[in-house]
Design a protein. Structure first.
Length: 273
């Protein structure tokens, strides 16, 4: 199915020049775009119909956890490009990616909301968030506070319930744990797709490896079956992930297959369950 790529901006008021005057917005990082995220998006699309408004996602880069708990080694599940593309496929018309800084991380909750939806000519009709969404300095803001701010600022708030799969809470944190533990079937069900890691080829004679930039190499040394995707071909591989791969978040590619790849080439990697 064809879809239009979403408009990409870094501030809400930039949407005005695209003719987006009435909007509804979902707010969150949306790393992975798992079943819980998709439930929020589905509610947003319903709200867009109700208010005859444009569905918009407000997200953040880098990940707020880099500042909130100093987690600089956090492995993201998707690149910004992949995330925007998938949001477009789900029906989102615009993505506002806020440059999340240390200054923003220190804003009190109400100031943080004011910063996101600062006064402009765009009419914000509704906001959709997960029921456990936290915001503002030290993550002190919650849905109850956002309800009060919604009444004060004149928008409708939709708090979307968390999603459970076989009794397990669906979250990006849980998906990272399942990928690390090589439980791909659970991770893929939570992601609702055949999830592909994203990386780049590094060729240093005589070895070729793929460094994974988005996604997590399993932390269990053994043989794995993968499909390696480039712009022009798909290469099925049997690979051995060892301790060095785990440390580097990388995958070795044997000589015969490595010769088909270009240095610094961007690739996608599907680990088979």
């Amino acid at each position: 199915m064809k879809y239009s790529a979403p408009v990409e901006v870094n501030e809400l008021n930039c949407l005005e020049k695209f003719g987006f005057n009435n909007i509804v917005a979902a707010i969150g990082v949306f790393d992975g775009i798992h079943l819980g995220h998709r439930t929020i998006i589905s509610r947003l699309l319903v709200a867009a119909e109700e208010y005859d408004a444009v569905p918009v996602v407000i997200t953040f880069h880098p990940h707020p956890r880099h500042f909130l708990i100093q987690e600089s080694t956090l492995k993201l599940l998707r690149s910004q490009k992949s995330k925007v593309e998938l949001l477009g496929q789900l029906g989102i018309k615009a993505v506002v990616t806020v440059n999340f800084t240390e200054k923003i991380s220190g804003m009190p909750p109400e100031q943080f909301v004011d910063y996101l939806i600062k006064d402009n000519n765009i009419k914000l009709k509704a906001i959709c968030v997960g029921e456990n969404w936290k915001f503002g300095a030290e993550a002190k803001g919650d849905v109850k506070l956002l309800e009060r701010l919604a009444e004060k600022k004149g928008f409708k708030l939709y708090s979307v319930e968390q999603v459970f799969l076989d009794g397990i809470l669906v979250s990006s944190t849980r998906i990272r744990k399942e990928l690390t533990s090589a439980r791909f079937d659970i991770a893929y069900k939570m992601l609702d797709c055949n999830y592909r890691m994203e990386g780049r080829v590094i060729k240093s004679s005589p070895e070729t490896k793929c460094v994974v930039d988005y996604g997590i190499v399993p932390h269990y040394p053994r043989n794995y079956k993968i499909d390696l995707f480039t712009d022009s071909m798909t290469i099925p591989l049997n690979v051995m992930i060892d301790k060095q791969n785990i440390k580097e978040n990388s995958i070795w590619v044997q000589d015969a297959d490595g010769s088909k790849l270009k240095d610094r080439e961007i690739v996608e990697i599907f680990l088979k369950p």
